[in-house]
Design a protein around this ligand. Structure first.
Ligand SMILES: [Zn+2]
Length: 250
């Protein structure tokens, strides 16, 4: 308790990728949560599988950076990435265009999928009841100025899909002071296993989505998969080629 040199839970959970940029791999489904700090607030990438998980993320990010969470970007509508959003009050939520309609339509299905994957039924029901739909649709890409004055952390939200789903959003934190650009890929890229192609995947469009992702980040960016360790452009390119072979596209 407060022993000097003791690492806080937040410090232990979060991997620092660059000044002001960190990620956590969540317990349970191992989904990546990202955090990009400006001077006045933090953008969080994805929100976890339950409202409780979202609340823990919010508390830890606030502790890590000493700033409130002001923006959220949702990479795609799978339960482990979006069901924690209700834990973030008064936050501006961004998602690929059409994500709001899809989530509204699929609210019950998302709840059932979460339960099937082991989320406590009461927690899944709570998250579905409190479901927060994105306020800001992203088509193409938009630049986000976290501090609103052009001088702070710049973030690019890019609708690079479809691929893993019909609503895949990538988030690029522009590198500052010589740090590399960092791309949060959602589940378009997975390192810990084969990319998961469910019924809502668009396999034939997936390799092209990875081409757009590579164009976004370039050769020198760090790429943060939806599941697994941070990778480089070469890894993403190999995964693109494997997916193309797996799905029979050029
Ligand atoms: Zn997914």
């Amino acid at each position: 308790m407060g022993t000097r040199g003791e690492t806080s839970a937040a410090e232990a959970h979060w991997e620092r990728l660059a000044p002001g940029v960190a990620r956590r791999r969540m317990p349970g489904w191992d989904e990546t949560i990202g955090a990009i700090a400006g001077r006045t607030g933090v953008l969080v990438v994805d929100t976890g599988a339950t409202v409780r998980a979202g609340a823990e993320i919010r508390q830890e990010v606030t502790e890590l950076f000493g700033l409130p969470v002001t923006h959220i970007a949702l990479t795609h509508p799978h339960f482990d990435h979006v069901l924690g959003t209700a834990a973030f009050p008064d936050v501006q939520v961004y998602g690929a265009v059409g994500l709001d309609d899809l989530m509204l339509r699929e609210r019950d299905a998302m709840r059932d999928t979460a339960v099937r994957h082991g989320v406590d039924p009461a927690e899944a029901a709570e998250a579905a009841d409190l479901l927060v739909l994105p306020h800001h649709p992203v088509s193409g890409d938009i630049a986000l100025d976290l501090d609103g004055d052009g001088a702070g952390q710049q973030v690019l939200l890019a609708n690079v899909g479809p691929g893993h789903t019909a609503h895949d959003l990538a988030v690029l934190a522009v590198g500052r002071d010589g740090a590399p650009d960092i791309v949060f890929c959602g589940d378009l890229v997975e390192e810990s296993g084969e990319p998961q192609a469910g019924r809502d995947a668009l396999p034939h469009a997936w390799p092209a989505a990875l081409d757009r992702l590579l164009a976004l980040g370039g050769e020198d960016a760090l790429y943060v998969p939806g599941h697994g360790a941070v990778v480089d452009a070469g890894f993403v390119r190999r995964q693109r080629d494997e997916l193309a072979a797996r799905f029979g596209v050029a």
